[in-house]
Design a protein. Sequence first.
Length: 311
Amino acid sequence: MTHLFVKRVVLIGLLIIFAGCQSGTQPKFTEEQIREYANALYNQQLFHQSVAEYEYYLNHFKLDDKEAANMNYMIGDIYFDRLHDYENALSYYLKIKYLYPESPNLKEVNKKMVSCLERLQRSADAQQVLEESALLDKSQATKKRPGVVVAKIGKREITSGDLDYEIDQLPPYMKSQLTNHSKKVDFLKQYIATELLYDTAKRKGLERDRDVIEAAFQAKKNIMVQKLLQEEVAQNVNVKETDVEMYYKANQEKYADKDKNGKIVKIKPFEEVKDQAMQDLVRERQKEAYDLLIQRMMRAEAVQIFEDRLK
């Protein structure tokens, strides 16, 4: 009897401790605060951080199935559209498909799954998803990203967050031209036109056209090469101001004013041409690093070139 009593006391004590721990895990902030913070992170293009907060929102607050499905869909879209992380995007779309099958976004989820699988070079799996669900309509029931709705294509919403992101992908000289309202409206119309043309091309099956497939492969290859060069060459070239000054002194004639006969009239001071000299030195060092990289690769792969066989 004493032994049983002790066991009960211990059990009650554990329950009290557990309850105390549980009470300490209550969220410090409200649902609205976390959601607004996550939206702010997204709008500042801190996409990884916004995903973390949206996940916190999912895991720490009691949401109904519809809202939970919408939140998972939003996270999936961030991975897909913003981070181009198609594996993580696919995992969230699968979560909706299997855990929230009543979601109004299910049709769009299936299409996004197909897009993820195509980008992951899993065309057979993509085809299976298409065959399992005849889902070709473009409807989308809920807003998928933070921001006000600035346009609609049918039921598909385009938000200010979408537009800001697309503008941010432009080269600096193009972004600088989109500072007023009318220019942004023109850009939005062009963006919509591109989406409509893309949708039409997909309906015609042009993604399976041999020329499109080959061009897409070549584009992908070029992007991969540029990414590798950025990692292996561009990021490893460090230039100090003292290096630039030494380069300038060794190449002063390059930055001199000359007459029509090529005779030096004036040597420009370093401060006047410092930026140009830095660009020239960086470009020169990048070329040297590129040449060394290619030479190393050619040795490693035992490359042979038979120049005498070329006509």
